[in-house]
Design a protein around this ligand. Structure first.
Ligand code: ADE
Length: 250
């Protein structure tokens, strides 16, 4: 079943263009997902296609009008639900949220611009708000594309091969192990010897050790969330202790 994603935006070209490039574009061609972009400006009833106005109560910046958003939603009865607005006040987006969305038949993303969206439009038609994190973007388009890319790559066939998402960062609550490709020596730095040993079981354990070491060093919060180390993981770390200064431990 193809995933349907609707995007409501003031910059339809920016969204369509990125979504037809690279992984997302190929996944659309394979029917993994389909994009429906709606230009909020098309729903403006004003000859100048105005979609913003000054805030009641005063203050800096402009607010996205409610009416064009409501009309855009009403213009397409097939628009996917839930309708999610990208705003800095939403629930923080994460791999777990991406997984949740990847199991749906579809969803819609409303991209804000200016200082904010008229609260009544959010109250009337938006099911949820998502934020990429504690920083403020000029609009929701980049955030929507981040959500789309992280969700589509989790769908079956989203990457062209289903194995790639299984071992990557966050899939099992850990950061990813380091990757190497040719040449075996780059500017004096060698690929860890073990990766050229052909001993695949040992390579798997080494990679696991690297994931654990990285996560413990860089993201102790993730380590805590997954409840620390299992006995099996402790045994792997005993086999492959921390990296030495040359970056070797295998
Ligand atoms: N729009 C503006 N800032 C945002 C953020 N941090 N996350 C999602 N959408 C946004």
């Amino acid at each position: 079943m193809s995933l349907r994603i609707d995007v409501l935006t003031l910059f339809p070209e920016a969204v369509s263009q990125y979504a037809t490039t690279s992984v997302l574009g190929r996944a659309q061609e394979r029917g993994v997902w389909q994009l429906h972009v709606h230009d909020i400006r098309d729903a403006s009833d004003d000859p100048h296609r105005t979609v913003d106005d000054t805030p009641f109560g005063g203050g800096a910046g402009m607010v996205l009008l409610g009416e064009p958003i409501l009309r855009t939603v009403e213009s397409d009865p097939g628009m996917a639900r839930p309708l999610i607005a990208l705003t800095p006040s939403g629930r923080t987006f994460s791999h777990d949220v991406a997984l949740e969305l990847s199991h749906l038949e579809g969803f819609s993303l409303l991209c804000g611009r200016y200082e904010g969206i008229d609260q009544r439009a959010l109250d009337l038609v938006v099911d949820e708000e998502l934020s990429l994190g504690d920083f403020v973007l000029a609009g929701g388009e980049l955030a929507a594309l981040c959500v789309i890319e992280s969700v589509v790559r989790l769908r079956p066939g989203g990457l062209g091969n289903d194995e790639s998402t299984l071992q990557e960062s966050f899939g099992d609550g850990l950061l990813e192990y380091p990757h190497y490709t040719r040449p075996a020596q780059l500017r004096g730095l060698n690929v860890p010897e073990i990766l050229r040993s052909g001993d695949h079981a040992r390579i798997l354990r080494w990679r696991r050790a690297q994931s654990l070491l990285r996560t413990m060093a860089l993201r102790p919060d993730l380590m805590e969330r997954r409840g620390g180390l299992s006995a099996h993981e402790q045994a792997i770390l005993d086999e492959f202790p921390a990296l030495d200064e040359t970056g070797q431990n295998g």
